[in-house]
Design a protein around this ligand. Sequence first.
Ligand SMILES: Nc1ncnc2c1ncn2[C@@H]1O[C@H](COP(=O)(O)OP(=O)(O)OP(=O)(O)O)[C@@H](O)[C@H]1O
Ligand SMILES: [Mg+2]
Length: 160
Amino acid sequence: MHPLKVISVKIQILKSQELRNMNKTLIMLRGVPGCGKTTFGKLLGGIQVEADQYFTIDGEYKFDITQLSKAHQYCKSQVEAWMSTNSSQINTDKIVISNTSTNEWELEPYYKLAEKYGYAVFSVVVENRHGNAEETNQHGVPKEILDKMEKNLKNSIKLK
Ligand SMILES: Nc1ncnc2c1ncn2[C@@H]1O[C@H](COP(=O)(O)OP(=O)(O)OP(=O)(O)O)[C@@H](O)[C@H]1O
Ligand SMILES: [Mg+2]
């Protein structure tokens, strides 16, 4: 084969690999409690993972703040399990994470996983224009904490 043709074939292979990677997407929904992450995540389809799932046993939701760090560990392990699965029956191309993620450090482990397993990442901040977060959040997070989370989120938004 002519050397130029070999180069062209190589470029095409690279492009198709890039495209394949873009087909695997991780969508990080960020926002203060009650802003609508879980609701919006459902609209996006794909596999939705969130720390809150740790607190749902047999369909019953029981939040326990003392178990929060375990819930986040569980969430990370679930995401890695989905990313690494080779199942031909379950489509793992789109994973949606709907934790609050109001701090940069909360995003980092997921960016690392995305890099490890070839997922493109979209970070999306969900606004709350439908109600008072103090009323819409199901965890009863008090105003002072909501204010702090809002501030952390505002300080960690990357727009350029
Ligand atoms: N765009 C919207 N318009 C009107 N109501 C909404 C909208 N998004 C969410 N809601 C309502 O607001 C409440 C909170 O939504 P949701 O549980 O999705 O928020 P969340 O960000 O996942 O909260 P949390 O961080 O506590 O898990 C729900 O009652 C939901 O139906
Ligand atoms: Mg939620």
